[in-house]
Design a binder for this molecule. Structure first.
Ligand code: CS2
Length: 480
């Protein structure tokens, strides 16, 4: 560290840190969010929260971090004024599950480790209707191979803790899922129930008595790092950083206070420890994430590359505001007296930050995994009062058009979704439009069993889908 210039050093010596946390999913979001909070706690003098950061599939990020002794910089880009940079040193070890999960299991088993945070994205949970999707991968993990699934890795770690008496642990989901802690606890239990062998019972008992699953709401806009960001970090730091991440200034972390053992004092870094995470999570998913997805799909179809450019289009802005006012705010109860209208305004001004360069294609990815918690539960709640959530239907229709991979000018859209193949086949079929829409709404993994049978909702989605296809985004939005 001695030769590294001043701005490129954290205010503590990373070599002093003991590993007390494991993180699964060492992508940009983790480095700009959870690791940043832990960095603040560490800067305050508590050196017991070094992190083992792991990736699931590709070792690209963890290799880059390892080559820099875990150090990386966080570039913060405000709407106005110059960016700032800070160096984070809490990542002390790295591992990639696809290469070798053993270091992750070993760390999970260590008595010095007291919590695990997860940002493995919606699809990393392998959900099927809120339960664990029992497929060949899970079977193989259960049969005892080095675990390749997230839940398999966690349960193997818990098994090690149970056998070695390693003390309690908190497993903290930080993905954009409603009731993410409850979801994770169900998945872990679904896996553990199927364990066999001499440690199975003691593992299940350990899960019941010594494992907690705090739910969380996480919020920070973290676009994929671009070359311009790396160049800016280089300029500010005076050293090159291949693992730099970029974020907006805003950050929020609400955590359910369910810990049986020690935890980092994340509240000293601004996190909120509370008993009402579900209320915050619902507000964030419906007011921020649903609106983000709407802007992303409409924007991409209209030919806008970034969220800020898309939102600068008055027609798209109006659609976003109408979604909030008519379809999502009416489904929400504000936690702790939060002002929902003011919250929504803040969200829109964060989206408008042009310095972030947040791509519509990035927010548009994995729609099949995101729409259920962002908009479909709100759609159901509106339908149960008899209302037809028009802009909610527009969001679903715009996502369907986006999946076909062409914008209004015929340009190619970058589509990435684990269910794209199957959905595009349904969308490309020769049946009448209303049937096409109904067939997509009948995909149970996304829409459950109800929405395809709701004629008014099918009509609403068909209306927007037809308008987007026949006229494009701008003329369609005149009708919002
Ligand atoms: C975005 C989120 O990519 C997306 O789907 O909506 O990553 C969003 O930027 C974060 O949830 C903000 O906290």
């Amino acid at each position: 560290m001695g030769a590294v210039p001043e701005p490129a050093r954290p205010g503590y010596d990373p070599r002093d840190l003991q590993v007390g946390l494991v993180h699964l999913g060492a992508g940009a979001f983790f480095r700009a969010h959870q690791a940043w909070y832990t960095h603040q706690v560490t800067s305050g003098g508590d050196h017991t929260w070094g992190v083992l950061a792991s990736s699931q599939r590709s070792p690209a990020v963890t290799d880059r971090l390892a080559a820099q002794d875990g150090l990386y910089s966080l570039l913060v880009r405000p709407t106005h004024g110059p960016p700032s940079v800070g160096v984070v040193g809490v990542i002390r070890r790295t591992a990639c599950a696809a290469v070798d999960p053993q270091p992750i299991i070993d760390a999970l088993t260590s008595p010095d480790v007291h919590a695990v945070t997860l940002t493995v994205t919606e699809k990393g949970y392998r959900l099927d209707g809120g339960r664990l999707r029992l497929d060949g991968e899970i079977d193989a993990d259960l049969a005892g191979r080095p675990p390749e699934t997230v839940v398999g890795q966690l349960v193997r770690g818990l098994q090690g803790r149970a056998v070695h008496g390693a003390g309690p642990i908190a497993l903290i989901s930080c993905d954009n899922l409603s009731d993410n802690g409850v979801v994770l606890s169900r998945l872990v239990r679904d896996f553990a129930e199927r364990l066999s062998g001499p440690d199975a019972e003691v593992t299940r008992e350990y899960i019941e008595r010594q494992t907690t699953f705090p739910s969380t709401m996480v919020d920070r806009i973290v676009p994929a790092t671009a070359d311009a960001d790396r160049a800016e970090a280089h300029r500010l730091l005076t050293v090159r950083d291949d693992a730099a991440v970029v974020a907006e200034p805003f950050t929020q972390w609400v955590i359910s206070d369910e810990f049986l053992g020690p935890r980092p004092a994340w509240e000293k870094a601004g996190a909120t420890l509370t008993t009402d995470v579900a209320g915050y999570e619902r507000v964030k998913l419906r007011l921020l994430n649903a609106t983000h997805s709407l802007i992303a799909y409409l924007g991409a179809l209209a030919g806008y590359r970034t969220i800020a450019d898309a939102l600068a289009d008055p027609l798209i802005e109006r659609a976003a505001r109408t979604l909030i006012e008519q379809d999502t705010i009416p489904t929400l109860t504000a936690p702790d007296g939060l002002d929902l209208a003011a919250y929504s305004e803040d969200v829109l001004s964060r989206f408008a930050n042009p310095a972030l360069g947040h791509r519509t294609a990035q927010v548009g990815m994995d729609g099949s995994q995101k729409l259920p918690q962002r908009i479909l539960s709100a759609v159901r709640e509106r339908r149960s009062t008899g209302a037809v959530p028009r802009i909610g239907a527009l969001l679903v229709a715009a996502w369907m058009r986006f999946l076909l991979g062409r914008d209004d000018q015929g340009g190619t859209l970058e589509v990435s979704d684990p269910m794209a193949g199957r959905l595009v086949q349904l969308l490309d079929s020769a049946v009448p439009t209303r049937e096409t829409v109904r067939n997509v709404l009948a995909v149970r993994e996304v829409f459950c069993d109800d929405l395809a049978h709701d004629d008014q909702f099918v009509d609403a989605v068909t209306y927007w889908y037809t308008a987007l296809r026949d006229h494009g985004v701008a003329p369609t939005l005149q009708g919002v």
